[in-house]
Write a protein that binds this ligand. Sequence first.
Ligand code: MG
Length: 259
Amino acid sequence: MNGKVYGFPIIIFSEFYIMKYLIFFLATLPLLAQKKMKPEMTEVWEPVPAMVDPGNSSTPPSDAIVLFDGTDLSQWMSAAKGGNAEWILNGDGSMTVKRGSGIETKKEFGSVQLHIEWKTPSEVKGKGQGRGNSGVFFQKVYEVQVLDSYNNVTYSNGQAASIYKQSIPLVNASRPPGVWQTYDIIFNEPKYDSEGNRLKKGSLTVFHNGVLVQNNVEIQGTSQYIGLPRLRDIETPKKIFLQDHGNPVSYRNIWLRKI
Ligand code: MG
C-alpha cells in the first residue's frame, strides 16, 4: 500500500521527463529536416510573370488599358444622357468637366489598378465641398473624392482622397489648386451572388501623389451623400464614373490594369 502511494508520483515524474524529451525531439525535427533541404527545393520557376514595360511617370505600363490619353473621349460616354461624353478637350492632353453630366466608361471593370491625374481650378472659388469637387467612382457607386483640399476645411471623411463618407485619408497629401495631382488606386471589387446578397466586401488602397492615404480599407457599401452606405444594386453597370459636381476640374493620363 505504502509502495503504491510513494511509487505513483515517481511514475508521473519519469513520464513527464520522457514526454518532455519526446516533445523537444519532435520540435527539432523540422529544423533537422530544414538542414537537410537544398536551396533548390524552395525555388519556384513556374509560372514566369509576364514581362511588362513599366513606362515612365507620364506613360502607362505596356499592359494597361488606356482610358484617356488626351486625344479623344472615345472610351467615355455621358452618364446622364448616354450619348457622347461632352467634357472639354483642352488640346494639351487634358480634359475638363463640362457642367451637365458626369462621364462614365463604355466598358465595365471588376477589380483594377487605376492611375488618374487631376487638377482643381487655379482660380479658387467657393469653399468646403464647393471647391474643386469631382470624384472617381468605381462601379459607379464607390467614390474616391476629388476636391481642392489645400487649405480648405470640410468634413474629413469628405476631403480629397477620402472614401466618401466612409474613410478619412491617413494624411492630407494635397497639392495647391491648379497643380496636377495623381491617384494610384487598387480597387478590389466586392462579391455578390446573383440574388444581390453580398458575399464579401470590397477594398480600396489609395496613393495620393505617391503617398499612401487609404491602406486596404474595407468598403462598407455605396457612397451616399445622405445616409449610410448601402448594398450595391447588382444591375448597376461596373463602370468607372467621373463626377460633374459643377466645378471645372481637369483630368489627364487615365489608365487601368485589370487585377
Ligand atoms: Mg465628389
